[in-house]
Design a protein around this ligand. Structure first.
Ligand SMILES: Nc1nc2c(ncn2[C@@H]2O[C@H](COP(=O)(O)OP(=O)(O)OP(=O)(O)O)[C@@H](O)[C@H]2O)c(=O)[nH]1
Ligand SMILES: [Mg+2]
Length: 246
């Protein structure tokens, strides 16, 4: 039977979450034919050893181990390239994206959407309790994405890292060419939306969970803003290139 769903997650030092994450994803996809692709960036807290050991008995698990920190965007790209499922679902492995919301995303694709996006900003969604600084940073980043990249306006949550798409869509971006300047802030979703302007996009509300265990690796402050803007300009250029091609 062919693989229906490929879940792709990047990890860096997630030993406190990884076992529960895989257990919950497997429970949420029970009855489907699926794979879970974990792309790990040389974690030093035992994550690497855990997934390598589990892969030997867990038929659903596929592991890509990077020799050093490639960064999240490049890691997710590697995972997406490896995926064989008809549907690819991208999410964080720190349990902030609730695995219990996976069936809702998948069923939207089953019912005709090409890209189903987990959104914090529509009915049924919430950004959870984050501090005022993080909330402002995040809303600013979303505003800039909508302002600079028209293809991102189809979703209420352009910075979402929790989404599913048909693997038959374009997702053939060249990492080096697209992101020569930086590789963290802008999310892979922006690239996929820029490449697939005619796709049917659906938002589904979900509640962003607080991080209960492990540490956040996000970069904030001015260095984030600088990198993020550089990346948004790269997505803008990419979108223009596809506009000319279509
Ligand atoms: N492979 C890889 N994974 C990463 C890297 N940085 C973060 N991750 C993973 O990406 C996911 C999200 O990372 P977080 O650090 O929680 O970032 P975030 O969710 O944007 O920020 P918070 O809301 O503060 O948690 C988690 O599964 C991390 O383990 C990285 O450099 N490489
Ligand atoms: Mg997180």
């Amino acid at each position: 039977m062919s693989v229906q769903v490929s879940v792709v997650a990047a990890t860096l030092n997630e030993i406190d979450n990884i076992a529960q994450f895989i257990d919950e994803v497997e429970r949420s996809l029970d009855g489907r034919n699926f794979e879970i692709i974990i792309v790990d960036d040389d974690s030093r807290d035992g994550t690497k050893e855990y997934i390598a050991g589990r892969m030997k008995q867990d038929v659903h698990l596929v592991v890509i181990e990077n020799p050093y920190r490639y960064g999240m965007l490049r890691s997710l790209k590697q995972g997406i390239e490896k995926a064989v499922g008809e549907i690819v679902l991208v999410m964080d492995a720190d349990l902030q994206h609730p695995p219990s919301a996976i069936p809702a995303l998948i069923s939207r694709i089953d019912n005709g959407c090409d890209i189903a996006i987990g959104s914090r900003y529509i009915d049924g969604g919430s950004a959870g309790d984050r501090d005022a600084f993080r909330a402002a940073l995040s809303r600013g980043a979303e505003f800039l994405a909508h302002a600079l990249v028209p293809s991102s306006r189809v979703t209420s949550d352009p910075m979402s890292g929790f989404f599913a798409f048909r693997r038959s869509l374009r997702h053939d971006f060249n990492y080096r060419q697209t992101f020569s300047t930086a590789d963290y802030g802008a999310k892979i979703l922006l690239i996929i939306l820029a490449e697939n302007r005619h796709a049917k996009v659906c938002d589904i509300g979900y509640v962003f969970q607080s991080r209960l265990r492990g540490r956040s690796k996000i970069v904030s402050g001015t260095s984030f803003l600088k990198r993020y803007l550089a990346e948004l300009f790269e997505v803008m250029k990419l979108e223009r290139r596809y506009r000319r091609m279509d």
